[in-house]
Design a protein around this ligand. Sequence first.
Ligand SMILES: Cc1cc2nc3c(=O)[nH]c(=O)nc-3n(C[C@H](O)[C@H](O)[C@H](O)COP(=O)(O)O)c2cc1C
Length: 171
Amino acid sequence: MKKILIVYWPERGNVESCAIKIKTAIGQEAKLKSLKQLTDTDLKECDLLVAGCSTVGAETWKDASGENQWSLFLVSETSKFLSGKKVALFGLGDQVSYPNHYVDFMGILKKELERKGALIVGRWPAVGYKFESSEALEGDHFVGLALDEDWQPELTDERISRWVDQLKKEF
Ligand SMILES: Cc1cc2nc3c(=O)[nH]c(=O)nc-3n(C[C@H](O)[C@H](O)[C@H](O)COP(=O)(O)O)c2cc1C
């Protein structure tokens, strides 16, 4: 059986609750870990990494606060195991309060993961959202699943269910 690892940061907020929903939607083959708990072995052994993040204002991953474990991970030794790894991204944001930067960090993270050799899967159509611009937008698709628990929480479950179905087919 293929091994799917869901890794998320930050903890205890919308990213964590959506990560738990994604785990439930994928089923038993998925393992769930906060980025802080991630080990070399976890990353080496998984066939698909599902990576979750939120956007809280930083323009680049280097500007992200020291609290952002994704910034620390990207400069860690563990990140070398991203080479050749399939990665699907999901990102939390708020399209009403930040219409010019909706889920920006998902786009920033995607570029950094690709620099480490990761192969990004799980693009998601930008239909049904209302925003002006996003670093996570490529053409008419987001680079991963965009979620908005602030303004469209009622759409989250269905988006996750459809995205997981799509991932299972792509994978
Ligand atoms: C200080 C701050 C800055 C934010 N900046 C952005 C932003 O630039 N773009 C965006 O889409 N959402 C932004 N948000 C909204 C969060 O990404 C959103 O509420 C998300 O669901 C938070 O998830 P978390 O609690 O797991 O971090 C911001 C939220 C805060 C508190």
